[in-house]
Design a protein around this ligand. Structure first.
Ligand SMILES: C[S@@+](CC[C@H](N)C(=O)[O-])C[C@H]1O[C@@H](n2cnc3c(N)ncnc32)[C@H](O)[C@@H]1O
Length: 293
């Protein structure tokens, strides 16, 4: 990662530390869980035009590579992510597949992308972690050519996604140090409020904002469930520092709390998300301070 591009924020530390390593270790599992979200993004490439595509917060590169497979010899797909270990994993996958994809390790909020370099910008759950979302989406707007499209997927609220908070709710009576979710702060549910998403995008220079609910069923093998909740989310962050006895008790309690989601050998949960689309208006169409005066 280019040191000049690093913002010393909490999220950079998290994704370059425990969270990033957990995602790399569980890459195949997460790709299975998140697989239903890939198609709406790949579909945007198919709908075209998409000669230069940017995947923001690309992680270990699953979506970037799926899109790259559709592109021709003179087209290119770039993934950007703030996490060194995740980008390293993405590059390894790209080499293995001999894919037409490139990866940049940088903070998408401030990275100096080639101006007007992309005609499609997408993200699968990679845009909720910006500490300054308006700055970030304005930076992405500069990276987009006029009329380029933006499409990303984010989670709706925690209340609509109870599976995602099951572990921390069940473990709370046993562990006092689970980090609380802070409404509006960078994190999984930071873009749950569609009015906020719309305001952020319009303020950062995007137009024709369209926000649609995206409800899908996600699955994982039951035998992976403990590995899943002990690695991810607020519980995953603190469980590794917990003594063996408490850990065993927490794992038993939390596993029981997931029972309603277990159907034989499979875990199933409903994921409540937004599919957000926007367009980069041409400079002449963008509102100016003088407009309407
Ligand atoms: C929930 S993961 C999603 C990863 C990937 N899109 C996927 O679906 O597998 C969020 C990703 O956003 C990345 N991220 C967080 N803040 C970022 C930033 N400011 N710039 C670039 N990437 C960022 C994280 O490192 C992480 O890989």
């Amino acid at each position: 990662m280019d040191i000049n591009q690093r913002t010393d924020n909490e999220q950079a530390a998290l994704w370059n530390g425990r969270a990033g390593r957990a995602w790399v270790e569980a890459q195949q599992l997460l790709d299975r869980v998140l697989e239903p979200f890939q198609e709406p993004l790949v579909e945007a490439v198919r709908a075209g035009p998409a000669h230069r595509v940017l995947d923001v917060g690309c992680g270990t590169g699953s979506t970037t590579l799926a899109m790259a497979r559709l592109l021709g010899a003179h087209e290119r797909c770039i993934g950007v992510d703030i996490s060194d270990p995740m980008i390293a994993a993405a590059r390894t996958r790209a080499e293995r597949e001999d894919a037409r994809a490139g990866f940049i390790c940088a903070d998408a909020q401030i990275h100096d992308f080639e101006p007007a370099g992309f005609d499609l910008i997408v993200s699968r759950f990679g845009v909720m972690f910006f500490d300054n979302p308006v700055l970030a989406f304005a930076n992405l707007r500069r990276a987009a050519r006029d009329d380029a499209r933006l499409r990303f997927i984010v989670w709706r609220s925690a209340a609509e996604n109870p599976f995602m908070t099951t572990a921390e709710r069940a473990a709370a009576p046993l562990l006092q140090n689970i980090p609380a979710r802070r409404p509006g702060a960078p994190g999984q549910f930071s873009l749950a409020d569609r009015h906020r998403v719309c305001a952020i995008l319009e303020e950062s220079g995007w137009a024709d904002v369209d926000i649609q609910p995206l409800d899908v069923v996600c699955t994982l093998p039951e035998k992976e469930l403990v590995g899943y909740f002990t690695r991810f989310g607020p519980l995953g962050l603190v469980l590794q520092d917990t003594d063996e006895r408490t850990r065993t008790e927490v794992v038993d309690t939390v596993r029981r709390a997931f029972d309603p989601y277990v159907h034989g050998t499979e875990v199933r949960f409903a994921a409540a998300c937004w599919r957000v689309d926007a367009r980069a208006p041409s400079a002449s169409a963008a509102p100016t301070e003088a407009a309407g005066v």
